[in-house]
Design a protein. Structure first.
Length: 496
């Protein structure tokens, strides 16, 4: 339920912690089915605008699994699985065993951030794709992008201007107080690391034991993020192709240089002539890029990716790539079809995509191209194209288009860019060398910004390290349970 008395432009970070007591959490049954034993769900009213509480409230959906060892219970551990756009309740319900050791000493708590899942979900009325009628004319394409933004505004309602990491971090402090915790103990993955860092900057005195795994950037504009991401994805693809070259039957043989060229050629070929399955389903080159990128999130997916590429190259069969899906994983919401789910409390199928764009744009203050003429924007993209192609012929073109992902939206906050040694307690950051989504260099950058961080340097592959590496898990669990934080940078070997 959203209660609004008036609306205005979304503010900046707003005042410090509120002294007013938070509303009580209303615990009951969970919207997800099935749920693990003992899991309960609830809702909590928080201000729509923390800087102006009189504007109304928004309901935040939460879930909690009580600590199994009640005598040694430390408190609550708030989890964020990434996104932005990933719902926490569904993620906790799907795999609580991943945090079994932590669940002995902590109540595991997850929440759907505002605008996501069951917390006043935003939508773009079915899709964020611009109308195909725009063609190749720049002015028409930009007008189509503005039309998409208008659809998002109409379908999302009054919560949309109040989405963003600064707002969500303030919600987290209300959650902390409503749970009765003196400090916020937190484990965040991918985008959840940005959220944790912003919380530490806003509420350093309330920050407890905090772990950030798969560390996001706090400083780079969207264009630079896209370029670094293209390099990171290409690095992960190169590692996959090196692995494939040592597997019997790899479709690209043993030459990794020509393998890289062949993947690029496959994408270009499918952009010209998509693969069509027996049931009429098809895969374009950019669909293939999305599927490859999704498979690189976990090394466990590499055999399936090798099989999918073999089916596409040898048999012209798209089914393997279709099964891999589009962008997904801890740091990206799944692509939505735009259809509405059935049943009470249903969430629109495009919610993850709509929330992803809304939060990223709310967190980014750069909108210099919004007032530029179409010809100037065309030139801007043309000037950037060579740099993106040099970063990756496979992923570069797709990442380049994210430069316009916030076109037509109001400029976001500059608070995150200004985070600089906020005085929070020491925290633990995990960076993975082969991470395709949050490159390792962002871990080092964010550690400097926070000024109080210890890094675990995981030499492995995939996105985030806690689930895949026993070594990483040991460092994280010791810190969260015992408060033990080693000095300096620590290293964890790759896991086969």
């Amino acid at each position: 339920m959203l209660v609004v008395t008036c609306l205005g432009a979304a503010p900046g970070p707003g005042p410090g912690p509120s002294s007013a007591p938070p509303a009580a959490i209303r615990w009951g049954d969970c919207p997800e089915r099935p749920v693990p034993a003992g899991m309960r769900c609830g809702t909590l009213e928080v201000p729509l605008d923390h800087a102006a509480p009189g504007k109304g409230t928004v309901e935040i959906a939460l879930a909690r699994i009580p600590a199994t060892d009640r005598k040694k219970r430390i408190g609550s551990l708030l989890l964020n699985y990434g996104g932005p756009g990933a719902p926490g309740i569904a993620s906790l319900a799907a795999d609580p065993d991943a945090f079994a050791d932590l669940g002995e000493r902590y109540d595991l708590v997850a929440f759907d951030p505002r605008g996501v899942g069951h917390s006043e979900p935003v939508s773009c009325g079915g899709s964020q794709q611009a109308d195909d009628e725009a063609g190749d004319h720049a002015a028409a394409q930009l007008a189509a992008l503005r039309a998409v933004v208008r659809r998002c505004e109409l379908a999302s309602g009054p919560v949309l201007p109040y989405i963003g990491t600064v707002h969500v971090s303030r919600d987290m402090d209300v959650i902390r107080r409503a749970l009765g915790d003196e400090k916020l103990h937190y484990l965040g993955f991918s985008y959840g690391t940005r959220l944790g860092a912003v919380y530490a900057a806003q509420f350093p005195g309330s920050t407890g034991r905090m772990v950030l795994d798969g560390v996001d950037t706090l400083t780079e504009p969207l264009a630079e993020q896209a370029l670094v991401s293209a390099r990171g994805q290409q690095r992960a693809l190169d590692h996959f192709l090196s692995w494939c070259a040592h597997q019997q039957g790899c479709v690209y043989g043993t030459n990794t240089r020509t393998a890289k060229e062949n993947v690029g050629a496959l994408v270009a070929r499918l952009d010209e002539e998509p693969l069509v399955g027996h049931d009429g389903s098809y895969v374009t080159g950019q669909d293939a890029v999305g599927a490859i990128g999704a498979a690189l999130y976990s090394q466990l997916m590499w055999p399936a990716l090798a099989d999918a590429l073999a089916m596409a190259e040898r048999d012209r069969d798209p089914v393997g790539l279709l099964q891999l899906g589009g962008p997904m994983g801890p740091s990206e919401g799944g692509a939505g079809s735009g259809a509405q789910d059935d049943g009470p409390g249903a969430v629109s199928a495009d919610n993850a995509d709509a929330a992803l764009a809304a939060v990223n744009c709310a967190d980014d203050p750069d909108r210099s191209n919004d007032k530029a003429a179409p010809a100037a924007i065309e030139k801007e993209l043309a000037d950037l194209k060579g740099e993106f192609l040099e970063a990756s012929k496979v992923f570069g073109p797709r990442q380049l288009m994210t430069v316009l992902s916030c076109y037509g939206r109001p400029a976001g906050t500059d608070f995150i860019r200004k985070i600089d040694r906020p005085g929070a307690p020491r925290m633990l950051l995990v960076g993975t060398r082969g991470d395709p989504a949050t490159p390792y260099e962002w871990t080092e950058e964010t550690a400097k910004r926070l000024g109080s961080a210890v890094i675990v340097d995981y030499k492995g592959e995939g996105h985030t390290g806690y689930v895949s590496s026993p070594c990483v898990r040991e460092y994280v669990d010791h810190f969260l349970i015992d408060g033990r934080l080693p000095p300096g940078t620590r290293s964890c070997p790759a896991v086969e």
